[in-house]
Design a protein around this ligand. Structure first.
Ligand code: ADP
Length: 245
């Protein structure tokens, strides 16, 4: 009886594993189909947009001076649509990180510098700390993009206060905490912030965190968020490997 029960248990486990593998395969296939479809739609939209943009450029040269601003506005709006489509199709493409060893401080500093160039906010204090220099094995451009998205949100949520990044290496894993003392995230929104197109901002796109998570997962890592009421938000990233120097 014990023998048969053992065989039965093993068989049950094997079936569950096979079902899980099949489901993951189906999920991948679905995603591939959706990506192919969306990128062809994006392509179809981009072509007429480019023609319109050229047309407006020609028009701008020939219209009377008092309508030039209107045409320029139209052109800016067209460019915005083109950017949205680019973001949209980029965020659906699978990422292939080009890995190299790089100091985390350099990556975070590059993201922070880019953000300050885009939107300086001197009333917010900035801190970076690591117990010992942390090195990552990853794609520099993608990781800078990831930290830029996290820092942009942190600065936007903080009027006066602190934005900080703390890093440490523990048991062959790298932990990076991106924290702010800003307005925080309401409990019922916490589980949705990584969803594509989830935003609470008037001009938000809701793909910053979706992309950040995609980048971390493409590096074999994980990202989570906590926001105890009244204490801002903390995003915790866990990445494999790395080394101290
Ligand atoms: P977007 O910035 O375009 O809204 P994101 O995906 O970057 O898109 O962020 C999604 C939402 O998550 C934001 O609209 C905001 O509600 C919330 N969020 C993200 N980071 C923070 C933060 N540090 N503090 C408060 N809310 C945040």
């Amino acid at each position: 009886i014990v023998f048969f029960l053992g065989v039965f248990e093993l068989q049950k486990k094997y079936l569950i594993k096979t079902e899980e593998a099949e489901e993951a395969h189906r999920e991948k296939e679905r995603f591939r189909e959706i990506s192919a479809f969306t990128s062809s739609v994006a392509h179809e939209i981009k072509n007429p947009l480019n023609s319109l943009s050229l047309l407006l450029e020609l028009l701008q040269k020939n219209v009377p001076a008092d309508t030039k601003d209107d045409v320029a506005l139209g052109k800016a709006e067209l460019q915005k649509i083109a950017r949205i489509i680019d973001w949209f199709s980029d965020s659906l493409k699978p990422l292939r990180p080009n890995k190299e060893t790089a100091p985390l401080r350099e990556i975070v500093t590059a993201a922070h510098d880019a953000l300050l160039r885009e939107a300086p906010k001197p009333e917010v204090e900035w801190r970076y700390s690591e117990s010992r220099p942390v090195f990552l094995n990853g794609d520099k451009n993608l990781l800078v993009q990831c930290f830029l998205n996290l820092l942009r949100n942190a600065y936007e949520a903080t009027d006066r206060g602190t934005v900080s990044v703390e890093a440490e290496k523990r048991r062959k894993k790298i932990f990076v905490r991106v924290s702010d003392t800003g307005r925080g995230i309401e409990p019922d929104r916490l589980s949705r912030v990584f969803d594509p197109f989830f935003t609470s901002k008037d001009k938000g796109m809701g793909i910053g965190l979706y992309l950040a998570r995609k980048i971390i997962e493409a590096h074999g890592g994980r990202i989570g968020v906590e926001s105890p009421p009244g204490r801002g938000a903390t995003f915790t990233i866990q990445l494999p490997g790395g080394r101290h120097e």
